[in-house]
Design a protein around this ligand. Sequence first.
Ligand SMILES: Cc1cc2nc3c(=O)[nH]c(=O)nc-3n(C[C@H](O)[C@H](O)[C@H](O)COP(=O)(O)OP(=O)(O)OC[C@H]3O[C@@H](n4cnc5c(N)ncnc54)[C@H](O)[C@@H]3O)c2cc1C
Length: 394
Amino acid sequence: MDQHQRPPLDVVVVGAGVVGAACAYYAARAGLTVAVVDRGPVAGGTTGAGEGNLLVSDKEPGPELDLALLSTRLWRELAEELGTAVEYEPKGGLVVAATSARQDALRAFAAEQAECGVTAEEIPGGRLHELEPHLAPGLAGGFLYPQDAQVQPALAAAHLLRAARRDGAVLHTGETVREVLTGPDGAVRGVVTDRRRLAAAAVVNAAGTWGGELAALAGVHLPVLPRRGFVLVTEPLPRIVRRKVYAADYVADVASGSAALQTSAVVEGTPGGPVLIGASRERVGFDRTLSVEVLHRLAAQAAALFPVLARVSVMRAYRGFRPYLPDHLPAIGADPRVPGLYHACGHEGAGIGLAPATGLLITEQLTGKAPALDLAPFRADRFGADRSGADGAP
Ligand SMILES: Cc1cc2nc3c(=O)[nH]c(=O)nc-3n(C[C@H](O)[C@H](O)[C@H](O)COP(=O)(O)OP(=O)(O)OC[C@H]3O[C@@H](n4cnc5c(N)ncnc54)[C@H](O)[C@@H]3O)c2cc1C
């Protein structure tokens, strides 16, 4: 049968990163006919540069934390289905404070989070070494977050897509979406790639950092900007870092809207042996230049937390561009400006963690169910029609 004669798909997902993969997974599982299109390979965008932390610990009460708590539960379910293939580790996060003033601030933060369902246990300075024997001496204390976990992002995207394909989804890699088709009523009718036309009743914009460009193809404004981050990867080591460990400053860096460079090391071991040291944050457009200053700062901060790392070799460093929206919240759900257009992008530094909740919520909307969370804070039209800043400039 000719491509043009095929009945329209229920949905085309643009983007085969972890968010698009999660959308495809839940949509196909719900019985929808799904195609996923990516101009590169699976996880070739920011997903391939992510660290894979699934964090509730760094999120203040509000819509993002609600999303993270839902996702935490969904990742646990997915881990049972996908097994060890995605390297899911429910290892918990440990946030440490250098001074008693920082520890007080962490205590107040944890108390606010507890009201939303986050579990955190205060660890006095004297007990930190029971949890992490190689931590620097003299820290004032910390908080242990057992709900924090870890996956390997590229594997997670690949296995979600594999499961979606078992449920009938079709994957087109190496194809760029050039056009979003709309009918005379303004509603979405599908997409045109550089190889084919895919008729569909709905299009999901899971184009990550390029979500603004995809939105523009549908005629709407969405100011997704790149926020660069570097990660250092050490030589393989015995398990000297047991959990995900970071200093209290990290939370402030994540929440900051500043374009300037911020670094506060998050240190974690991996099943393969290398220790990952992430991650910096700066808005410098899509500049791929390796920054020695950033790498130096990350390495120094990691060695301050774990002095043993000062004697360890770094194997490589990589960078990626987080999809950043100005209020730090992703765009999730139906776009009221274009019937049939759905957004699932702009998750900044939390897209791996937030992918399952995003996929589930989009699917609930696609199938006419009431979404498990209020999607109002994530509406894509919250930025109005202002086009300033959408060019990737800091
Ligand atoms: C250094 C660093 C560390 C990070 N660490 C973490 C972490 O620990 N935990 C966490 O949760 N998050 C982390 N993140 C953030 C996380 O990686 C992202 O939020 C997430 O990967 C976004 O996934 P995505 O599927 O939305 O985007 P992407 O993975 O970028 O996927 C979008 C896809 O869309 C495709 N695309 C775009 N335009 C088109 C088009 N026109 N036609 C066809 N295809 C198109 C692209 O090729 C791309 O593959 C980190 C990010 C960085 C940079």
